[in-house]
Ligand binder design. Structure first.
Ligand code: B3M
Ligand code: ZN
Length: 672
C-alpha cells in the first residue's frame, strides 16, 4: 500500500501558565497516540507543536508577575516543553511563535491577503488611557456593565449578568492595571473580510466527514461571518509590514495558526533540509490532521482556512479536525486560580506517565465532556493496568521462566482452543487499528484491556500449571505459553500508542532486542515470535494505588481549593469543629486495604466508627486503649465501603506518623 504523508499538529498551548491534564486530554494525548500509530503503519509522519507566545493575555500576566513578556514566555515555554517530555510526547519538533522566521511568514500571509483584497483598513474609536499614553485591549479594561450597571465588569463580558459587548460599550471605563480613566479615541485597525470566503468555506466544508457536532457548529459560525479585526494596539506581537504602524501588532489568533508552518520550517532547518517543509504544507497529497480542543474549532475550521484560501500560493487546508470536548477535574474545570488543579510536580513523584496517559485515554472526552477523578484513576491503575494487563504479563513470563526453560516455546499441533484464541487476538488488533485511524483512543484503550482479559481467561482455561505436572500434557502447556506470549506481543502493539513506556518494556520482556518504535504494525500482526528466543527476567510493570493515597489526594485537592479561596480560617470557622477525646475500643483491618483500620471509638456519650489510615504505623494492640483526639462533627464519609463518622488527629513528618492522644482526660472531653 502507498506510504501516506501525514502532517499532524496539536494546538499551540499559550506560554502563559502551567499545563494540566485538561489540556492533555483535549489536543495532545490524542495527537500523540495517532502519530505513534501512523509511524507503526510505516507512514511518513511529521508531528509538530510549539508554544503560542504572543497576545494581550500574556502581556497582562507578565506585567502582573513583574516580568517582561519575553521572560514570561521563556519560563512557560520551558515548562510546557518539560511537561510534554515528561508525558513522553513524540513531537518531531516543538517550536515557539517567537522563533526566527515566524514574523516573516505572518507578514507574508498578511501581504497576500491585502493584495488579494481581503483586508480592510478602518478607523474606529477605541479605549485610550491618556495617563498611560496607550490604547487598551478589552482584557486590560474594566468598567460599568451597560446591561446591569455592575461596576467591575470585564472588557468583553459581564461576570455579573453574562452580557457580552464591545469594551467601548462600558460606562466609565478604566484601566484594569492602573485604574486610570479611559476615553474613546480614533485609531486605525485592519480587518479580515471573512464574509468573502463564505461560499468557498461552505463548499470545502461539505467535503468533510467530520464529527456531526463539529460540522453543525462550524456551519452556524460561517452563516454569521463578519469582518474580523486582526490587529491590536500593543507592543508584544508580530508587527505589521506597513509604514506608520508602530504600536500595532497582529491579533494573536492571526499569527498563532501560522505557527504550525513556522514550526515545520524550523524543523526542516533543524534537519538540514530547509526546503523540506514544503513537502508537507505545499503538497496536496499531504494528509493534514489538526488536534484541538472544542473551543479552538472556529479558528481551525474557518479563520485559518480562510487565511490560507486568501494566499497567492497553495497551502494545505486541514483534512481532519478531531476536536475533543472538555476534560474536567472531579466535576469542575481545572483552575489554577481557584486552586482546583493537580500539582504536577507532586503527581509525578508518585505516579508514572503511563498511568496518567492510560487513565486519560480510557476516559477521553471524544464525544462529551468527561473528567479526571482520583477514584477513577485508582480504578484504572489497579483493576486495568495492574489487574488485567500486568497480571497477564507477569503470570505468563514467570511460568515460562519456570517451566519452559525461560524461552519462547515452539507452537505445534495446536488445539482448537488455541487457534480460536489466536484468531480472536488478531481480530482485536484489527479493531484497534481502525480505532486509531478514527481517533478513538478511548475505544482503543478498551481493546487493550479486552486483549489482556482474553489472555487471562485463556490462561485460566488451559491450566498450564496442571499440564506442567503431566509429561504427556507438556505439548499443550508449551502451546499455551507460546499463545500467551503472542498475546503479550499483541498487547505491546495495541497499547504502544497510549502507554509507550510500558509497551516497550513488554516488548523487551518477550525477548525482543530492537526498539519497539522500529517495528511495523503489519509485521507484528502477521508474524509469530521466534521459538527458542531467550526471555529475560520479568520486571513488575505497575504498582497498586492505595486507598488512603486517594483519600489524601482528594482531601488535598479540596484543601488546596479551600485555601485558594480563603487562605485564612476565621476563629468562627475553627470553633465550628468539635474536637473530642475518644477511647479506642477496637481496631479491625479494613478488607482489601493494607493501611486502613476500622476503629470503634468511645466518645463518652456514644460510640463511633472511624476509618483511619494508620495501620502502617500502629498495630491494633498499640492503638487500642489510647485516648485519641477526634473531630466529632465531620460529615460521615464512605471509605472502602465503611462509613467513617469522624477523623483522628495525627501528626506526620516524612514517613513518621504519630496519633495525637491524652493521658488523663476521659472520653467525650471537649478539646479546643
Ligand atoms: N493557544 C489556544 C489555547 O491554548 C491557542 C491555540 C493556538 S493553536 C494555533 O487554547
Ligand atoms: Zn452585567
Amino acid at each position: 500500500m502507498k506510504r501516506k504523508k501525514i502532517l499532524i499538529t496539536s494546538a499551540l498551548p499559550y506560554a502563559n501558565g502551567p499545563l494540566h491534564f485538561g489540556h492533555i486530554a483535549g489536543a495532545y494525548l490524542p495527537g500523540d497516540c495517532y502519530a505513534r500509530y501512523e509511524r507503526l503503519k510505516e507512514n511518513e509522519v511529521l508531528y509538530v507543536c510549539g508554544s503560542d507566545e504572543y497576545g494581550i493575555a500574556i502581556t497582562l500576566s507578565a506585567e502582573m508577575a513583574g516580568r517582561t513578556p519575553q521572560q514570561h514566555v521563556d519560563l512557560f515555554h520551558k515548562m510546557n516543553k518539560d511537561f510534554f517530555d515528561h508525558l513522553n510526547f513524540s513531537f518531531d519538533h516543538y517550536s515557539r511563535t517567537t522563533c526566527k522566521g515566524h514574523k516573516e511568514l505572518v507578514q507574508q500571509f498578511f501581504n497576500d491577503l491585502l493584495q488579494n483584497g481581503y483586508i480592510e483598513e478602518k478607523i474606529t474609536d477605541q479605549l485610550y488611557s491618556p495617563k498611560d499614553d496607550k490604547f487598551l485591549a478589552d482584557r486590560y479594561v474594566t468598567g460599568t456593565c451597560p446591561q446591569c450597571s455592575y461596576d467591575k465588569a470585564r472588557g468583553d463580558e459581564c461576570q455579573n449578568c453574562g452580557a457580552s459587548y464591545e469594551a467601548t460599550d462600558l460606562k466609565n471605563p478604566r484601566s484594569k492595571i492602573t485604574g486610570a480613566p479611559l476615553i474613546l479615541k480614533p485609531t486605525k485597525h485592519w480587518f479580515l473580510l471573512l464574509e468573502k470566503f463564505r461560499e468557498k468555506l461552505l463548499e470545502w466544508l461539505d467535503s468533510k466527514d467530520w464529527k456531526p457536532n463539529v460540522v453543525k457548529f462550524v456551519k452556524n459560525y460561517i452563516e454569521e461571518l463578519k469582518p474580523r479585526c486582526i490587529t491590536r494596539d500593543s507592543y508584544w506581537g508580530v508587527p505589521l509590514p506597513l509604514p506608520g504602524t508602530e504600536g500595532k501588532v497582529f491579533y494573536v489568533w492571526f499569527d498563532a495558526p501560522i505557527g504550525y508552518l513556522s514550526a515545520t520550517k524550523e524543523w526542516a532547518e533543524k534537519i538540514g533540509e530547509p526546503e523540506r517543509w514544503k513537502d508537507y504544507w505545499c503538497d496536496p497529497d499531504t494528509k493534514l490532521v489538526e488536534f484541538v480542543g472544542k473551543d479552538n474549532v472556529p479558528f481551525h475550521a474557518v479563520f485559518f482556512p480562510a487565511m490560507i484560501m486568501g494566499q497567492k500560493q497553495f497551502y494545505k487546508l486541514v483534512d481532519e479536525l478531531p476536536a475533543n470536548e472538555f476534560y474536567n477535574l472531579e466535576g469542575r474545570q481545572f483552575s489554577k486560580s481557584d486552586g482546583w488543579y493537580i500539582d504536577l510536580e507532586d503527581f509525578f513523584k508518585k505516579y508514572t506517565s503511563d498511568q496518567i496517559r492510560y487513565a486519560i485515554a480510557a476516559n477521553a472526552p471524544e464525544t462529551s465532556d468527561s473528567e479526571f477523578s482520583w477514584k477513577d484513576f485508582q480504578n484504572r491503575c489497579n483493576s486495568d493496568l495492574l489487574g488485567k494487563y500486568g497480571n497477564l504479563v507477569n503470570r505468563t513470563l514467570i511460568f515460562a521462566a519456570k517451566h519452559c526453560d525461560g524461552k519462547i516455546p515452539e507452537m505445534k499441533d495446536l488445539e482448537e482452543v488455541d487457534r480460536t484464541f489466536l484468531n480472536e487476538i488478531r481480530g482485536l488488533i484489527g479493531q484497534a487499528s481502525k480505532c486509531y485511524e478514527e481517533f478513538k483512543i478511548r475505544r482503543a484503550s478498551q481493546i487493550v484491556m479486552e486483549i489482556a482479559q482474553k489472555g487471562n481467561v485463556y490462561f485460566d482455561a488451559k491450566k498450564p500449571w496442571v499440564s506442567a505436572k503431566d509429561p504427556s500434557l507438556h505439548r499443550s502447556m508449551a502451546n499455551t505459553i507460546a499463545c500467551c506470549l503472542e498475546c503479550l506481543k499483541a498487547l505491546a502493539l495495541v497499547s504502544f500508542p497510549i502507554i509507550p513506556g510500558t509497551a516497550e518494556k513488554v516488548w523487551h520482556m518477550i525477548g525482543q532486542k530492537k526498539p519497539f518504535s522500529q517495528n511495523r504494525w503489519n509485521d507484528l500482526e502477521e508474524k509469530n515470535l521466534l521459538p527458542g528466543t531467550q526471555l529475560p527476567t520479568p520486571e513488575v510493570l505497575f504498582r497498586k494505588v492505595e486507598d488512603e493515597e486517594i483519600v489524601l489526594e482528594s482531601q488535598k485537592l479540596r484543601s488546596l481549593s479551600q485555601n485558594k479561596q480563603d487562605p485564612l480560617a476565621t476563629i468562627q470557622e475553627f470553633q465550628k469543629l468539635d474536637f473530642r477525646v475518644g477511647k479506642v475500643l477496637s481496631a479491625e483491618p479494613v478488607p482489601k486495604s493494607d493501611n486502613l483500620f476500622k476503629l470503634s471509638i468511645d466518645l463518652g456519650s456514644e460510640k463511633r466508627t472511624i476509618v483511619s489510615g494508620i495501620r502502617r504505623h500502629y498495630s491494633a494492640e498499640q492503638i487500642i486503649g489510647k485516648n485519641v483526639i477526634v473531630i466529632a462533627n465531620l460529615a460521615p464519609a464512605k471509605i472502602m465501603g465503611v462509613e467513617s463518622q469522624g477523623m483522628l488527629l495525627a501528626g506526620k513528618n516524612g514517613d513518621t506518623l504519630e496519633v495525637l492522644s491524652v493521658d488523663t482526660l476521659p472520653p467525650g472531653s471537649k478539646v479546643s
